[in-house]
Write a protein that binds this ligand. Sequence first.
Ligand code: IVH
Length: 725
Amino acid sequence: MDEQAAKIRIAQLREILRENSRRYYVDNAPTMSDYEFDLLMHELERLEADFPQFDSADSPTHRVGSDLDAPVGANAEPLSRQGFVQRPHRYPMLSLGNTYSIEEIEEFAARSDKTLDGIPFSYSCELKFDGTAICLTYRGGKLIQALTRGDGIQGDDVTENVRRIASIPQQLHGDFPEEFEIRGEILMPYAAFDALNREREAQEEAPFANPRNAASGSLKLIDPEEVAHRGLICTLYHIPAESVSFASHAEALDAAESWGLPVSGERRLCRDIAGIKAYIDHWDKERKFLPYATDGIVIKINELACQRALGYTAKSPRWAVAYKFKAEQACTELLGIDYQVGRTGAVTPVANLAPVQLSGTLVKRATLNNADQMALLDIRTGDWVYVEKGGEIIPKITGIDPSHRAAGAQRPVFPDRCPDCGTPLVKAETEAKWFCPNQDGCPMQIKGRLLHFVSRKAMDILAGEATVEQFYDAGLVRTAADLYDISKYQLLSLEGWQDRAADRFLESLEASKQVPFERVLFALGIRYVGETTARGIARHFGGVDAIAEATQEQLSEIDDVGEVIARSVYEYFRNPAHLEQIERLRKAGLRLDGAGAETALSDVLAGKTVVISGNFSISRERMKELITAHGGKAGSSVSGSTAFLLAGTKPGPEKLKKCEKLGIPVVSEEEFLAMLPESQPAGSGLPSGGVSAAERGRLFSPPEGKPADAGVVGNGEAVEELTLF
Ligand code: IVH
């Protein structure tokens, strides 16, 4: 690779890794498997080693992924977005170097041998728990603080939540040191995870993708009482050597166990690489029977003096390494390939498979990523292929089984024209994907962009795939701005639309005019601008006009906006059609500048935790925003600290029962809106006020005679493709 190509690839990799790190640690919604992430990280490490002139201290290869949310306001005590106080770690909380190859574990052992130069040592082999890291501090035997890893330097103070986790003792017994830190993992066992997702689905809330996300999301709940009901457990695996005076890691953990702390029981001391391999082989099979998720094995040098001698890099200890298991695979027949066009025009080959069971679900389709990947696999129709699940729910094809190949099996031909509109496809040298360049005329792209615009995390308009399709087919809508021109009369002329459904759609359209600017920016669907990037750009520039005028250099001044994103944003605003769209959206009344969703409207709900259940005249997401904007907290399960249950139509029967049992009041939407002050500052970004409570409080029941998806709030969230395989 020449210098210029390396420079571009390094910049791309850094952006991809930063964005995915945020999705993993902050949003709890990764879109890439750990394996892919690790491969890209290793590619970046190699490139930085080969081209040291482009290495930089703030590269993700030298930084620990951060779970800290963007802090807001200039508080004396910095707060994360969810309102947790951020506190410094006494000792940095680092991550672990990882590998998928036994050879690299052998290299780790050989390196340690060499540095320790004859000093005898052993290895502590442990499970690598797949949850969220926690750092506990005990003083005088009492739990005094619990911090998340955060960015490794400071973490969110989640002490009150951690106090609600049953396996973490508040008080130690025995011969504990006066003050010490101990670190470990908070996990959600599979059984608790399944129960939580069942409950969320019943409440029309998005299920968590995996137990890790569920654990870290639960740890950052606002209401500690809710944490108590999430079934979290804890396992502890590390006492920083600086904080105690033991000779070995094993001794330290044994002692911790004797003080009553939950220490991982599957540890084994191994003398040599043969012992390590036996431990790995054992757990690679047995881990399937554990009640919680693990993603590998951690191998640590056991003697603390040796650990000190080996020391640390900026990111991880030299005395430990993680061997990661590859994701579970299944093998099945490839029936055929569809070519899907995304909202950005990227063409993705999607395999249709003979249905096969994989990690608990029946898989029928899997992505093949791009043409290069298909060529690399040398895939043929009728092949038997290996499927794996990535970070997202969509599985992917990772290999083929050549022994099953029929003689004369044909290579599928990647189309040279858009499968939807027939335009010749194009591919930039630095991209892995082929694109349909017909942005303004390709129906799949147009519908994809509309679907993204209306999605819950964007404008939260009551329309899903079938509705968008119907609007498109009827010729009503081509761009987001067209949505705001739709009349009730036009809606009623469409098949399956009745009065109530039309009103609900138009109400959600009206409510979307109050969506904060940062979400409008996200809704525009600018390439590479995900939710978090949009928030960063919106807060930095304050309004769409300033963004449109910004140079690429000014755009790249924002944290984590690199060359690729800056260019994408810059180019977006150089397109006259986009500017015209924005003008129409401005005229329609959308918020194209101003503060985020945190704008306070009143403090009438200060100190109150409100649990919501059922359906409302606005989406549940926006109802929660309304609660926070009036000073309250939105909780999701009823407990002693719940102020009241805000019940829409069809509230959860379990929640109602619990309220009755605990004597907690149940409040209707109408009553709730009546509690809020009638007026609010103009452009404050949220509904309520001004309009009469009775009108706003109009309840509705599920739609009748509507198109299949029209009752769905928060349709398939379109996620930008960032994988550059
Ligand atoms: S030791 C200085 N032991 O894996 C490093 N970490 O990818 C101390 N993890 O941040 C960590 N199981 O959250 C250690 N048995 C184990 C672990 C473990 C899971 C996590 C931990 C760490 C991450 C690194």
